[in-house]
Design a protein around this ligand. Structure first.
Ligand code: GAP
Length: 457
């Protein structure tokens, strides 16, 4: 674990307004975070890129925005009420509660996710070197299962059938609307439904910033196909390629920091025939970034049975009734954001630079008057800033000296900084500085937009 790097990234995120601890002025609320001005922009850029790449640019995808609160039967039918649980263990000494599999994995380095509570109990009992990360004692309760779904009570009178759940994944919203989408659009198999939105899980986690939180944003796709006319292995490989391209090309993440890992039978979720995770090399090790699963037609079958609705669609050529199978790419956008921060964080001799792909940068450029006490310079700089703001997220800074302003924008990942100086008043040129090389050139004011735009595609 590169604790030092993680601490630096957490500190920068707070200092510069990417990520704040949730409910901080009230002492914090574990596993919740808020996004500051820079984090909000970065998250929005990730969301928009995801949507453009996986929906807008394709002819076989449509979008959906289903509700966060859903009927309890949705989650009974999906298997989550019975099966969506983590094996937890408590420290008898300091009362800390933790996931049993993560506790073992951190000490033994071997994957034990999916083992039964009895097996996990046995491993903890037999290994005295497994100790509580909080108080370092080996005094544990028995391993018990805790369901991750958040129940909510609707209405004001309890016990009148008002139970519902906050969604534990966005995927179920797609399955329960599958027939609506098929009936209201011109989609033909194979096609996908994509959704971005919040999901909620009552997780207890070791606190790696936003890596695992109780409220998070997912980007999920259910790609529906007829197994008689498409081969799931081929679709699976295609999706692997598309996810890989998105991460390494669109988000610009270093390829050596990502790798695929296949789940074995024990680890794979109850609904899946094959699952692979794309893992990223976080400071706390290679961890799941993006899941890709072949879910068969497990979900549509269950929802048909429990709702007693016919969810099949008819092939217009053959009149055959089909209950399609799905390949499911599922990612957490917050986890993408953490990966992007880690991958871009660069410590140089005299500065920290976030080498973000310009497409992702919260601010595309910053505008500085050389000095703040010359009204002609300030007016000129203001008018340039005002003309750029409708086109790009543009920062303004007139405090301190120019060198410090550059360093401040380097930490925020701003790719360009434009300085308005005395020469600007004479010939309408400015200096434009490149974040990564720190080199500067002089360009005309009228060229600033196209200069920045050329580097955003
Ligand atoms: N529909 C399938 C599904 O939800 P998952 O592996 O549980 O599968 C998919 O979640 C992705 O969502 C994960 O790869 C991860 O990026 C993200 N994710 C899951 N739980 C999360 C949490 N508690 N906090 C942040 N991101 C999470």
């Amino acid at each position: 674990m590169n604790q030092d790097l993680m601490e630096k990234i957490v500190a920068l995120s707070k200092r510069r307004g990417f990520i704040y601890p949730g409910s901080e002025i009230y002492g914090g609320l574990a596993n919740t975070y808020d996004y500051g001005p820079l984090g909000t922009e970065l998250l929005r850029n990730i969301r928009n890129l995801w949507w453009k790449y996986f929906v807008q640019e394709r002819s076989d995808m449509v979008g959906l925005d289903s509700s966060i609160i859903s009927h309890h039967r949705v989650w009974e039918a999906s298997g989550h009420v019975a099966g969506f649980a983590d094996a937890m263990v408590d420290c008898r000494n300091c009362k800390a509660r933790m996931r049993a599999d993560q506790l073992i994995e951190n000490f033994k380095g071997e994957k034990v996710e999916g083992k039964s509570p009895e097996d996990l109990d046995k491993i903890i009992l037999e290994n005295d070197d497994i100790v509580c990360p909080n108080c370092h004692k080996h005094e544990f309760t028995k391993v018990r299962k805790f369901n991750l779904l958040f129940p909510v009570q609707l209405g004001i009178v309890e016990g009148e059938g008002g139970e519902a759940y906050l969604r534990g994944e966005t995927a179920q919203g797609i399955f329960i609307n599958f027939k609506n989408v098929a009936d209201s659009t011109r989609v033909r198999l194979p096609f996908g439904i994509a959704q971005i939105g919040k999901s909620f899980r009552n997780e207890i986690t070791p606190g790696n910033s936003i890596f695992r939180t109780i409220e998070f944003e997912q980007g999920e796709i259910e790609y529906f196909f007829d197994p008689d006319s498409s081969t799931w292995e081929e679709l699976f490989e295609k999706w692997k390629g598309q996810i890989w391209n998105f991460v390494t090309q669109e988000l610009g993440v270093k390829a050596e920091n990502v790798k695929w890992r296949e789940h074995d039978d024990r680890e794979r979720s109850f609904y899946s025939k094959k699952t692979e995770d794309l893992e990223y090399n976080f400071p706390f090790g290679f961890k799941e970034l993006w899941g890709l699963a072949y879910r068969t037609n497990y979900d549509l079958t269950n929802h048909s049975e429990v709702s007693k609705q016919d969810l099949t669609i008819v092939d217009p050529m053959t009149n055959k009734k089909i209950l399609p199978h799905v390949i499911e790419p599922a990612v957490g956008l917050n986890r993408l954001l953490l990966m992007i921060l880690v991958d871009a964080y660069t410590q140089e001799e005299n500065r920290i630079v976030l080498k973000l792909d310009p497409k992702l940068a919260p601010y595309k450029l910053a505008v500085f008057p050389l000095v703040a006490n010359k009204p002609e310079l300030l007016d000129k700089a203001r008018s340039i800033y005002d003309s750029l703001k409708p086109k790009f997220m543009t920062a303004w800074d007139d405090r301190g000296n120019i060198g410090k302003r550059y360093l401040s924008q380097d930490e925020a990942g701003t790719p360009y900084a434009v300085t308005i100086d005395y020469q600007t008043l004479e010939d309408d040129t400015v200096t434009i500085r490149d974040r990564d090389t720190a080199s500067q050139e002089r360009i005309r004011v009228s060229e600033i937009s196209s200069y920045v735009m050329d580097n955003l595609t």
